[in-house]
Design a protein around this ligand. Structure first.
Ligand code: HEC
Length: 202
């Protein structure tokens, strides 16, 4: 609980700092910035893998045994706690964000928005999502903050709830749970969003 509140505050501070400075295109692993130690990056990558496979295994199991309506309910209730569990297991705070969110709590801050746009440009230029990532050290309120993001590709499995044509009962359920949903219209291979991680350097 403490940890989450603290991380929300960090997020707000970082946003303010970034909004105040006018940055345009972010360089990959910005060389002018203090580099994030490679063991920290390795930890972030590992955490993304574990968090991603936790989410996918819950999704696959529920979709397979109980169908998309039940899976929607499970995602609705479980996505937050699964992120919290993975954050608690590490010194990084981990979450998901997107240019088109279902849950408004996942809306990107200024830094995340710029990186998500950068990912779209890099994909359009032919770069593979498999190896794509972005890391930067950010100064926020006298503290040094490491930030790391990795794109989440759209797979066939995702289209039942994020595709262009949804079954009527699925779309009714989504509207009920998320009246302001914008996370549909994706095709396989699109960037669905990104994992977003941050930690304070002590
Ligand atoms: C059974 C329906 C369902 C399927 C299938 C599904 N999702 Fe989602 N997705 C959701 C729901 C519900 C949320 C909102 C969760 C929350 O409240 O945090 C969500 C949220 C997300 C988010 C967080 C950003 C946002 O929009 O709030 C990402 C990223 C995401 N899904 C990616 C995927 C990917 C990738 C797949 C396929 C591997 C997938 N989803 C399959 C229902 C689904």
């Amino acid at each position: 609980m403490m940890k989450n509140t603290m991380n929300k505050n960090i997020k707000r501070i970082a946003t303010h700092v970034l909004l105040a400075s006018s940055f345009t295109m972010l360089p990959v692993l910005a060389s002018a910035q203090e580099k994030i130690p490679s063991e920290e990056i390795a930890q972030a990558r590992e955490l993304v893998k574990i968090f991603g496979s936790d989410l996918k295994s819950v999704l696959k199991t529920t979709m397979g045994t109980a169908g998309p309506i039940k899976a929607l309910e499970v995602c609705h209730v479980q996505a937050g706690p699964i992120a919290d569990k993975n954050s608690a297991s590490s010194t990084w705070d981990i979450a998901r964000t997107s240019l088109k969110v279902r849950n408004e709590n996942n809306a990107p801050d200024a830094f995340e928005l710029a990186v998500l746009q950068q990912f779209e440009q890099r994909k359009a230029a032919g770069e593979s999502l498999k190896t794509m990532e972005y890391a930067e050290t950010v100064q926020a309120n006298g503290k040094t903050l490491y930030r790391y993001m990795k794109p989440i590709p759209t797979a066939g499995l995702c289209l039942a709830c994020h595709g262009s044509t949804l079954a009527d009962d699925v779309s009714t359920k989504i509207n009920e749970l998320y009246p302001n949903d914008t996370a549909t219209g994706f095709a396989a291979g699109d960037i669905r969003g990104a994992f977003t991680l941050q930690k304070i350097k002590y």
